[in-house]
Ligand binder design. Structure first.
Ligand SMILES: NC(=O)c1ccc[n+]([C@@H]2O[C@H](COP(=O)([O-])OP(=O)(O)OC[C@H]3O[C@@H](n4cnc5c(N)ncnc54)[C@H](O)[C@@H]3O)[C@@H](O)[C@H]2O)c1
Length: 274
């Protein structure tokens, strides 16, 4: 089944700038009726609204000042969306920071924020107010969510958590009850302030050195190309699936092996002098 974006309504956390704003524009290009940009930064939000009205006409977007770490603020954004546009069909849990130097705040935004979005979207707002046969939640992880990084281990841990959230709430039991598909996207390095301002946002010098090596090896993609590719995942990605979009290349599915297939990898192989 293909999910038709045409005429639908979306809410995007962290949607006032960076990739979040590009997801909004790509959805609007695909026929979205309207979008709520739920973001903590009011200046960026107002700028984004002007850009959207210039490109897509008026009444296609609202800005809702929201800190995703506060579930009541995020719930207000869901309420405003339904009051303004009548429905809600697509939620992007996108807001995130990369900053291991303030790691407790980072965990709160990157993990608690996504959990807040999941609980509100999956259990209440999408089942109640979606149009058509199903709704969609897109959780934004990172390639750092499927590999360890010696640069920002705590950021990497938060993005692994986003995968766990997606695979758990993407279980068939929830789809059966709510008709909401849950997918995760793991972008590679994408040209936004999160990357251009990342120097010094680690636990210290050794981590900074590791970061130069890691990021230097990767091809930077544009937010526009990433967002356009993510539209295919919104339309076709199966419930619970995880997708890598890296280097401006087509999205590919990250498939987790069945743990029973790994029983050959015994600890005894590592025990000396057995
Ligand atoms: N840029 C990349 O290379 C890259 C790669 C992989 C994953 N990601 C992920 O993509 C998402 C977006 O990243 P980006 O590159 O667009 O970053 P960005 O810094 O350009 O934009 C992040 C947006 O989130 C908002 N935000 C920050 N804290 C918030 C909060 N508490 N509540 C609500 N909004 C908040 C900011 O105001 C900003 O508008 C993040 O989750 C990030 O981890 C980015």
């Amino acid at each position: 089944m293909v999910f038709d974006i045409n005429g639908k309504v979306a809410l995007i956390t962290g949607g006032a700038s960076g990739v979040g704003l590009e997801y909004a524009k790509a959805l609007l290009r695909n026929g979205l009726k309207a979008v709520t940009l739920a973001d903590v930064n009011g200046d960026l939000g107002n700028k984004a609204l002007i850009e959207i009205s210039q490109q897509f006409g008026s009444k296609r977007a609202i800005f809702s000042k929201t800190d995703v770490t506060k579930i009541d603020q995020l719930e207000d954004s869901f309420k405003k969306t339904v009051e303004t546009f009548g429905n809600i069909d697509i939620v992007f849990n996108n807001a995130g920071i990369l900053n291991d130097a303030i790691w407790e705040k980072q965990i709160s935004i990157n993990v608690n924020g996504v959990i807040h979005g999941m609980i509100l979207a999956l259990e209440t707002y999408l089942p109640t107010y979606h149009q058509g046969p199903e709704a969609v939640i897109v959780n934004i992880s990172s390639i750092a969510g499927v590999i360890g990084t010696a640069h920002v281990p705590i950021y990497s841990a938060t993005k692994h958590a986003v995968i766990g959230i997606t695979r758990s709430w993407g279980q068939p039991a929830f789809y059966k009850k709510f008709n909401v598909r849950v997918v995760a996207v793991c972008p590679g390095v994408t040209d936004t302030p999160l990357i251009s301002e990342m120097n010094g946002r680690s636990l210290g010098d050794i981590y900074e050195e590791n970061g130069k090596e890691f990021v230097g090896e990767l091809t930077v993609q544009t937010p526009e190309v990433l967002a356009e590719e993510v539209m295919n995942i919104v339309k076709y990605g199966p419930n619970g699936s995880v997708w890598i979009v890296e280097g401006g290349e087509p999205a590919y599915q990250y498939v987790f092996p069945d743990r029973n297939q790994m029983k050959y990898n015994q600890i005894s192989d590592y025990i000396q002098n057995k």
